[in-house]
Design a protein around this ligand. Sequence first.
Ligand code: 3HC
Length: 673
Amino acid sequence: MTNKLTPVTPVTPVKIVIEGSVALINIDNPPVNALSQAVRQGLMECVATANSDPNIGTIVIACSGRTFVAGADISEFGKPPLEPHLPDVLNAIEQSPKPVIAALHGTVLGGGFELALSCHYRIALAGTKCGLPEVTLGLIPGAGGTQRLPRLCGIEKALEMITSGKSVVVEDLQAFGVVESVVGENLLGHAIEYGAQFSSQIDRKTPVPTSQIPAPVVTNSQLFDQWRAKLARRARGQLAPQNAIQAIENTTLYCFPEALAKERELFVECRNSSQSAAMRHAFFAERQVAKLDFLKTETQALPIAKVAVIGAGTMGCGIAICFASAGIAVRLLELKAENLQRGLNLIAERYAQSVDSDRIDSQTRDQCLALIQGTCLYEDLADVDLVIEAAFENAEVKRDIFVQLDQVCKPSAILASNTSYLDINAIAEVTARPEKVLGMHFFSPAHIMKLLEVVRAHKTDDQTLLTAMKLGKRIGKIAVPVGVCYGFVGNRMYSAYGAAANQLLLEGATPEQVDQAMEDWGMAMGPFAVADLSGIDIGYKARRENPHRPSDPSFFRPADLLVQQGRLGQKTEAGFYAYPGGKKQPDPEVIQLIIEEARRLKIPQRIIRPGDIQRRLITALIKEGEKILEQGIAVRAADIDVIWLNGYGFPRYRGGPMYFANSSEFDSPALSS
Ligand code: 3HC
């Protein structure tokens, strides 16, 4: 029975409620109960209040809303730090003479998980996720996470969780003894009951703080160096994962207070780094991208229950998987029965792989497969709410498809094209509903890549755009609104980047030098390795169809020459590189071909330094991005960053091309890292 409600200050997001001998400290700081200064202050005061009340035996810390604390307040980073600091608050909780129990639900992340670790016991609702995602923000846990977690679950598990930033379900953590109890319902009731048992013990013992649990002993003397080497490869160029390993190793080298002080130093170094600033920009940009402030405020999205996908090729099948995996019914249309069957088999194979790799269970696979129905008849699409055409990339083919769709689909249905380059305005014009036509440009492999460009054509109405954006989020994509132009935002910029890379070959750089320079700079892959992987003929065809293709004879000349010689990339075992036995290696024939072409075009060759290669390519990217912004093809500079971070392997720790353009590093004489 609640008998007292004492707000600490009138505006505090933290309140204390007394339940018999248990003090329930509740945090209510929507949307995710982040540990803002007011929350830290409130926690400090409430714990002190509970400890000073002789009638209180135990303290429970819980949260209102959808989640327990999901971390420090990221918006406070980059501003002068305000007291009380989180490590001090957590130390005060841990030093409480009365047992403190954390009642966990939702996503217990970062500082939120550190708060839970500083409590003496943890009780969680089934399915709760816990994690220390700081590295994804260029940080390390800065409030004891690197010290308390290893004491509870061992060094290896802590290394895995902290350096990957990935969350773990509490059921897994319970097996490590990090969580005392997992309950199916009535979390607060269970937590209070758990606390009451301590209150009723007459000779109550002071609880053992996690910091006083002995640090784990490491028998493998190479362990930390092995992790350093692994992370140097996996998180190339990044400071935070290396600092995280150091902080965890310190658990074994120093006593708790010393290791905690060193954790703070390593945290502050990360927090003040340009890498963390860039990754925090990426975090907020990915959330801002869904905000369509330019739409009329009364716009409501249409409900989407059933979709159709046209074309059962690799792309169409990947798109069908995205919808089915989100619980949305899909009709997959392919005119020839044998092609349809091939597509359905491919989908079944992909789901089987997901089961084999434990990403889903067989029941989920069966439910998803049951949602996908193949058909060879357009009439079967009469009742769908939205169609995505993923047919052959040819303007005429697409226009024919849209004429048919317009005839069979109900008037309210949205018609979307997955085209990468073609003019959606022209496609919309063949229908009687151009306001309901737009592009939904998925990236390959569609069931894996997070990026979705939602292309607004001239006549697309607000409701259609909003519906597609919301649908993108529902299927787990990061949907970015863009306008119509050749290649939209991502591919148009990639074309400028590729053109600059090809030009560098004519000026004397080798494909290997260019790729190496860009990988060293942080790109996931160099441009020529990408071209060989995806097929050099794809860009070649797209350039042929581009009405605005420059007349400059050197434009993409090396790539075009290779295609004309049948060197299409990995699929023909020859492209910018040779692939004897499937292994990539530089090919002197390609270098010779380029030298001769440069001579023919009268382009002098020279030695080009890695820093110059990086500067040329990144500048080309930024310039095209600026044009795109000027022309209103992208709404915000940050939207371009989101596209490049999620679709083109741009290093997250550099924030995206437009963010990087405004950073001091872009001004530095050498871009090389
Ligand atoms: N600080 C400030 N704002 C935050 C936040 C945080 N830690 N986490 C989320 N938000 C905001 C988002 O910006 C968004 O705001 P908006 O509505 O104005 O756009 C709102 O909360 C909702 O967030 P999402 O749209 O992401 O909601 P989801 O339900 O999709 O996801 C989530 C919820 C899983 C909690 C996700 O928001 C998330 O991963 N948050 C970040 C968690 C994190 O990285 N925590 C570690 C922080 S660093 C730290 O704790 C350092 C410590 O060691 C000292």
